[in-house]
Design a protein around this ligand. Structure first.
Ligand SMILES: Cc1cc2nc3c(=O)[nH]c(=O)nc-3n(C[C@H](O)[C@H](O)[C@H](O)COP(=O)(O)OP(=O)(O)OC[C@H]3O[C@@H](n4cnc5c(N)ncnc54)[C@H](O)[C@@H]3O)c2cc1C
Length: 341
């Protein structure tokens, strides 16, 4: 029976653990033991402060075809939840979005537009309306419908699913990964420690991408606006609050709320929706995205044991978690059948 440790309880650790467990228990009907080992759990992981909007963002040089495959898998997973009785508990919502770009700054592009629902280009008149009174001009924009799955709800839902299927949970900080692999009883170790991998593996390709957001009470906002220009703002409704963003400061490790960033966020978002002027601020939040030159999803053999890395998801950890979990399962099955890693 495989005895698997998944290190990390953010969206990627929990998705990987549940994907492995549910495959063995429900699909293959074979015994398995999966334990999530983590220093921290929801609501204290990076995803917990995020809006959990589906959409590839800040992924370094990760291959576009892989991002397309992984993000499509998550979209389908969210669709299944949305169509089930679990949607409310899991915090999964369908959301109309407008995404605006300038020709000079569109680091991601919209190569994913076949995945979302009803993507159409904005007309010249629609663009002109968004450009009114701006210091820079949007050259294109699309409207589409996709999902939000706010991790502060998605993670407890997934943890419940994990435990219901027999998953185990241990609170522990791993300080020496090699010693842990050598000394523990686990034969497969899945490393999903996000930015923690920087020190755990001395991975100098990892860096923080600081993100500050404000959560406000504005139950009258039903759609998202995403300005993809470099210092652009975004407005993303969740079930009980609306997330106003945001910053993406590379190699900035400051987890304190910065008043200057707050001004940029609040003033910038009010330019899109002036009614935000009179909304109550619930709280400001800073998270450090696990940035990397490219996402690391690969396996290494350690004697008879297998170490699988799944970290470096930048600004898209929620968007990619289910697709990356699929890949972790594929890697494990291939390794068990003796395939070359
Ligand atoms: C402001 C902001 C907004 C965002 N918005 C979105 C969005 O709308 N959509 C989207 O897709 N993504 C978004 N993201 C990105 C997303 O939140 C991250 O990519 C994602 O949370 C990373 O998840 P993870 O599981 O890889 O890492 P983490 O959530 O950081 O989890 C790492 C886990 O590993 C544990 N750990 C670390 N080191 C150790 C150790 N040594 N021993 C034991 N345990 C350890 C931690 O306790 C934690 O449980 C946003 C991020 C920010 C900051």
């Amino acid at each position: 029976m495989p005895n698997i440790a998944v290190i990390g309880a953010g969206v990627n650790g929990v998705a990987s653990a549940i994907r492995l467990l549910e495959h063995y228990v429900q699909e293959a009907r074979r015994p398995i033991r999966v334990t999530i080992i983590s220093e921290d759990f929801t609501p204290n992981t990076t995803g917990d402060g995020s809006a959990g909007l589906w959409g590839p963002y800040l992924l370094g040089g990760t291959s576009q075809s892989k991002v397309h495959k992984w993000s499509r898998s998550m979209h389908r997973f969210l669709e299944q939840i949305w169509l089930s009785e679990d949607a409310a508990e899991a915090g999964v919502c369908l959301l109309p979005c407008i995404r605006l770009t300038t020709s000079t700054v569109d680091t991601v592009g919209d190569f994913w537009r076949d995945i979302v629902y009803g993507a159409v280009d904005l007309s010249k008149d629609q663009l002109a309306a968004y450009n009114k009174g701006r210091s820079y001009m949007f050259t294109s924009g699309i409207s589409f419908v996709t999902y939000t799955s706010e991790p502060v709800k998605l993670l407890p839902y997934l943890m419940k699913r994990f435990i219901r299927n027999g998953g185990l949970v241990v609170r522990q900080r791993i300080t020496d990964l090699e010693a842990f692999i050598a000394d523990s009883e686990y034969d497969v170790i899945v490393n999903c420690t996000g930015l923690g991998s920087r020190s755990l593996l001395n991975d100098d390709q990892m860096y923080a991408v600081r993100g500050q957001v404000s959560r406000v009470k504005a139950s009258w906002i039903f759609s998202a606006v995403l300005d993809e220009s470099d210092d652009g703002n975004y407005i993303i409704p969740n079930t009980e609050s609306v997330v106003l963003g945001g910053t993406h400061q590379e190699r900035d490790y400051n987890t304190q709320v910065c008043q200057q960033d707050r001004r940029m966020i609040v003033d910038g978002c009010r330019r899109y929706i002036p009614g935000l002027e009179h909304t109550e601020c619930l709280h400001d939040w800073v998270g450090l995205r696990p940035g990397r030159t490219q996402l690391r999803l690969e396996a290494e053999r350690r004697g008879r044991k297998l170490l699988v890395h799944n970290y470096g998801h930048g600004g898209s950890g929620v968007t990619l978690c289910w697709g990356c979990a699929d890949e972790v399962l594929d890697i494990l099955l291939a390794a068990q059948s003796g395939a070359k890693l």
